[in-house]
Each structure stands twice: as C-alpha cells, then as structure tokens.
Design a protein around this ligand. Structure first.
Ligand code: IMP
Length: 474
C-alpha cells in the first residue's frame, strides 16, 4: 500500500459542545486555504442528517450571500468536490435541492461522491419522529425536543438492518418493490404515524400505507435518476485521494459532541455517532492522515431540550442571544446561551482526540465581563473536572477571574452580519492583520488559560462571520 503523508493537511472538523459552533465557517476557511495552495479538495459529511443547519456568509460579486445547508456538505458553496458517508441520514430530496441552489448561487459544478452504503431517510421517518415525540410526551411527560427531521427513527432502521434502504438499492430498478417490503415490515408504526394529523398527506389524498408508498415513489423518481451516477465506493476514493498527496479531505461533522448518542449528556441527545473518531471509522480514513479540529463558541448555546450547567439565565444571556442572533437555522427555535464551560471543552477534547481548537464568536463576546466554569459541584460531593453522564443537579464552579476584551467599535446588535459588514469588515481585517500577539491582553490571557485547562491549543480565532475573518495562531 502507498505511504500516507503525515503532514496533516486533511482535517476532521467537529463541534465540541451542543452544535451550532460555527463548523461551516471553519471548514470553509480551511477549504479555501487548501484550494489557494493549489490542492484538490473533497469535503465529505460523515453523520447526521437535515437536523443540522450549517450557515456561511459568502462574498460574491453582488455582495454577501447567506447560504444555509442542512444536507449538502458546505463545500458546495466553495465549489470543491463533495461526498456523503455511510453514517449519514441521507435525505436525497433535500440534498438535491441544496446542490441545485448552490449551482445557481455559486456555480457549483464539481464532483459528487455518495457512498453506496449510505442509508436513505424517507418521509415516514419524519412522521414516526413526530409519533415518538408524542408518545414520549404522553408516557414520560417529557419530549426529546427533536428537530422532527426523522433522525432517531432512521438510525433505528439502520440498526434493524432489514428496514434499511441504502443508496445502492435506492438507485436500482428494484427500489419500488423493496420500499414496499420495508413499509410492510414497518406497517404498524406507519399506520400509527398516518393516524396523526399530517396536513401534507391529507391534501395529497394519502389514506393508506399503499397510497403512502406510491406517494413516496413519485416524490423520489426524478431525484433517484439524478443521483444514480454519483453512487460509489467512497472509502476507496478517499483513500486513493489521501495517498495521492495532492488532495486534502476536509471531513464535516454535524451537531456537537455533547449530543453524541453514547458520549453526550443523556437523554437529550441526537441519535448518531458524531465524534471525530467515528468519522475515521465510517470513512475508512487513517488517524495519522488527518488533523482533528474541534470548534467551540466562547459562549456555548443549546437549542431544544436538555440541561446546560452554565446556562446564563440573566441579562448577559439575553444580550448575547440577541446580539449573536442565536436562533436555530433548522427549526427557528431560540438557542439558550451559557457562560464558557471549560470542563465540557476538556472532555470534548479528550473523547474526540482533538489536535487543535477553533474558537468562534470572539467578536460577539467583546465588551462583556466573561466568567468561566472550571469545575462541577456534583450533588455536594465536591468540585470535579469530570463530566458525568447526567448533568441535572450540577452546580457550576466559576473561576474568580473574569475576562473582558474590546476588539473594535461595533454596534450592540451584530445579529445580521450582512447589515454590519460594510462598517466592520476593515476593522476586523485590521485585527486579523495585527496578529495574535496584538490582541487585547485579556483575550490573550483567556486563550492561554483555556489552552492550559483543556490541554489542546486554540489555533484559529473567528472574529467575524464571513469567510476569511479568521485569525490563525501559529
Ligand atoms: P434530533 O437530532 O432531531 O433527533 O434532535 C435531538 C436533539 O439534538 C434536540 O435537542 C435537537 O435540538 C438537537 N440537535 C439536533 N441537531 C442539532 C444541530 O445541528 N444543532 C444543535 N442541536 C441539534
């Protein structure tokens, strides 16, 4: 076998806490750096589905364009090669719509690789997600608060195996009959889901499982034809690309480590495996060939249900939420904001085997007193630096020192990046050009203290939402 360079110009990028950390921005910057260096780039998504919402602000000739992708890897906006791995909950209709949008907006015309092993998420997964949430509410008195994208039911079908339809079967002539058999195996649950009020199906005149099958087949017919040429043995393509020494593979995660189905905080997780090491396993990538980048916001946020030890249920949290426009791109729900939590970052660095950290939203956090959680007091048993499985009942222990920095003069409300771009882009550039050593003293100290506590260095500092607004610390 050909040798693999250990220069690590390929990366795996994952969120370190509850998602929405700015992975898309970090990936876009790293993809741009590879392309500028004359290297070929493949950007595979490795898990999750349309529950993710990745936003980038791309500078085009007609100004800044906001682009949100749920299913397509964010590389569509950079016109690099894109891929979907076997552990993705693949919604083909959503994927093709986003690829088509990227063609119009950014002239995307590059190669697409879809693993033959990737499972397909159908409309019934979404309806069953709704059903499961209703049942959880009735029996447990508490829902997960899912994005209702069908993620949990999809991974249940993967584990059951007989109800999983992979891309290789999806694009084959046997698809219609296979879908019929799978829906027969799932009849009870599909009937229960159909009994809920589903306005779209009511309008389409879907009354039975058989009608529903025909409706799904019709929905997918065109997309199946479009996607057929892209289905491949992805693991071999990625391996050859890495071995060529000319291609950087920039792997994209969705969500954040604390939502991982095993290692996250139970029970409010998503249903997929989302640690960086899972990316290596599912894409067949060698650890030595990639740099693992963890992305963290200065102040973590959480959308949906679930406990947050450092929840800022005060003026600070309300201001940060407004100033940063913390509303979910998938469901529109408000994201709760917390104070920096280095205990969680240290845990995330460990379980992901993280090499470097990208710290985001440093501009949004300016001009505020920032306190930092450096321990958890668990049920009066003393302060610990470890993260237990259940966060309920934890009292955060904050460092005596708080931090405050000022990068540049800016409006109080930065929630609409397009509105403030003209005013701020040169100020942001000046900060980036001046380099790390010329940042405000408190920010430098914050980063150095976080490095020491977490055990892995911050190498990228995001101080603005558009591509390139990233200070690299060498
Ligand atoms: P599901 O992934 O739709 O099953 O939702 C399970 C939990 O994960 C809910 O609390 C969601 O709000 C959360 N979640 C799922 N995807 C994301 C994401 O991309 N960002 C933040 N939270 C997410």
């Amino acid at each position: 076998m050909t040798s693999i360079s250990t220069e690590n110009t390929s990366t795996v990028t994952v969120g370190m806490v509850w998602g929405d950390e700015g992975k898309a921005k970090v990936l876009t910057d790293n993809i741009a750096e590879s392309l500028e260096a004359g290297r070929d780039v493949i950007n595979p998504r490795f898990q999750g589905g349309a529950n993710a919402g990745h936003t980038v602000y791309v500078r085009t000739e007609s100004g800044i364009v906001e682009f949100i992708s749920h299913m397509a890897p964010i590389g569509v906006a950079s016109n690099c090669k894109i891929a979907e791995g076997p552990d993705v909950a693949f919604n083909p209709i959503q994927f093709w719509k986003e690829v088509s949008d990227a063609k119009k907006l950014f002239g995307f015309n590059n190669d697409i690789y879809l693993s033959e092993r990737t499972g397909v998420l159908f409309d019934y997964h979404k309806k069953i997600d709704k059903l499961h949430e209703a049942e959880a509410g009735r029996v447990l008195g508490k829902k997960v608060g899912t994005t209702q994208s069908g993620i949990g039911p999809f991974y249940m079908d993967n584990a059951r195996r007989t109800t999983r339809i992979t891309l290789v079967d999806y694009v084959s002539p046997e698809f219609n009959s296979l879908l019929g058999k799978v829906m027969e195996l799932k009849r009870q649950e599909i009937e229960a889901a159909l009994a809920l009020d589903n306005e779209d199906l009511r309008k389409a005149g879907v009354r039975s499982v058989s009608d529903y099958h025909d409706w799904i087949v019709a929905q997918h017919e065109g997309v199946r034809r479009e996607l057929r040429p892209f289905v491949c043995r992805l693991e071999y393509i990625l391996r050859r690309a890495i071995e060529s020494g000319k291609t950087d593979v920039h792997v994209e995660g969705g969500q954040g480590s604390m939502l991982d189905v095993n290692m996250g905080t139970t029970p409010d997780q998503t249903a997929s495996h989302l640690l960086a090491t899972d990316a290596l396993a599912s894409l067949g990538l060698p650890r030595r060939a990639v740099k693992i980048i963890g992305v963290a916001k200065v102040c973590p946020t959480r959308v949906g249900g679930g406990y947050m030890p450092t929840l800022a249920d005060d003026e600070f949290g309300a201001e940060m939420q407004k100033n940063s426009g913390e509303f979910g791109k998938t469901t529109g729900r408000a994201r709760r904001v917390g104070y920096p939590d280095w205990v969680i970052l240290r845990y995330a660095a460990m379980i992901n085997d993280i090499d470097e950290i990208a710290l985001t939203r440093i501009d949004n956090a300016q001009d505020r007193d920032i306190k930092v959680c450096i321990g958890y007091d668990t049920n009066g048993l003393g302060v610990s630096r470890e993260v237990p499985m259940k966060l309920q009942g934890i009292i955060p222990f904050y460092d005596m020192k708080s931090y405050r920095w000022h990068l540049f003069d800016a409006p109080a409300d930065l929630s609409d990046p397009i509105k403030v771009d003209v005013e701020l882009k040169s100020r942001r550039k000046a900060v980036i050009d001046a380099g790390f050593d010329n940042l405000p003293a408190d920010l430098i100290e914050y980063v150095r203290n976080q490095d020491k506590y977490v055990g892995k260095p911050v190498t990228m500092l995001s101080i603005g939402p558009t591509q390139g607004e990233m200070l690299r610390r060498h």
